[in-house]
Design a protein around this ligand. Structure first.
Ligand SMILES: Nc1nc2c(ncn2[C@@H]2O[C@H](COP(=O)(O)OP(=O)(O)OP(=O)(O)O)[C@@H](O)[C@H]2O)c(=O)[nH]1
Ligand SMILES: [Mg+2]
Length: 261
């Protein structure tokens, strides 16, 4: 969290993390499409020719809450194995994480591997998933099967973090994931920095302002309840030992895209 006292500006960094091709960039694109055109900033993506994220994507969302200017800076990490150092750098100073898992049954181990990779990279940055607001999104629901539905249900039963299913290509579940994370993030920073007491920020107002930035936001969040724990470590499902080989597939030249207003 950054707070600029002179300008009364609060900046929060939200990182979309997960395995390669799980749909992190697609989440940001879908979100971009659902931000009121008059209010949205630039979605910046830097991809290889085959649309793999090379460094990161970024999308800002700026709104007023009380007499504060709030800037949510959304980032995605590149999922390819060889970009681990970039993933670590993007995590620096993260205030919240949306973990985008892939629902395809064949990707179960990959999800686990990247969850552990995230935990490790957070640790190197002096952060811990135990103290960071986070949600899990099982994206590509359309490619999941009964075993995926079971895994999602099991994770929900554990109740360690909000769990969403999504089809990011069609926008399904994208706003729900984001809004739940915004709520959790507010709870956490309020608890740590006493935003309510010190800056007069109010959660309902904060969330409402974010919703106002969106086109047709989903009905009020029924997902989170005040008694729900903010964050805890998820015990990953047991899977085979992770494959640590870092391969370096041939890279295609990057293409930078900026989606304007
Ligand atoms: N069927 C299906 N395809 C999806 C879904 N979400 C994303 N995709 C596709 O999956 C591919 C990868 O999506 P990206 O958003 O680029 O994945 P990423 O996680 O950003 O990948 P990296 O940048 O390499 O880490 C693209 O072809 C998307 O169109 C989904 O819900 N269902
Ligand atoms: Mg990407």
């Amino acid at each position: 969290m950054q707070f600029n006292t002179a300008q009364r500006e609060l900046t929060l960094k939200i990182v979309y993390y997960g395995p390669g091709l799980s749909g992190k960039t697609t989440n940001l694109r879908a979100l971009y499409q659902r931000i009121q055109p008059a209010l949205r900033g630039h979605l910046m993506t830097l991809d290889t020719a085959d649309d793999r994220t090379l460094f990161f994507d970024t999308l800002p969302l700026v709104f007023k809450s009380g007499n504060l200017k709030v800037k949510l800076k959304l980032f995605t990490v590149p999922g390819q194995v060889m970009h681990n150092s970039t993933r670590r750098i993007v995590l620096q100073g993260a205030d919240a994480i949306a973990f985008i898992a892939d629902s395809q049954p064949s990707k179960r181990q990959e999800n686990y591997k990247y969850w552990m990779n995230m935990v490790e990279n957070l640790k190197i940055n002096g952060l811990s998933i135990e103290n960071l607001p986070h949600v899990v999104q099982w994206n590509k629901k359309d490619l999941g099967d009964a075993s995926t539905a079971q895994a999602v249900e099991n994770m929900r039963k554990e109740g360690r973090q909000p769990v969403f299913e999504a089809v990011a290509v069609s926008g399904e579940g994208v706003l729900e994931t984001f809004l739940a994370l915004v709520e959790l993030t507010f709870d956490r920073i309020d608890k740590v920095y006493l935003l309510g007491d010190k800056l007069g920020l109010d959660k309902a107002n904060f969330v409402e302002e974010v919703r106002r930035c969106l086109v047709d936001p989903p009905a009020q969040s029924t997902y989170l309840t005040p008694s729900q724990p903010v964050a805890a470590v998820r015990t990953p499902e047991p899977v085979k030992p992770e494959d640590k080989h870092e391969t370096s597939p041939e890279q295609k030249p990057p293409t930078k895209k900026v989606e304007g207003k």
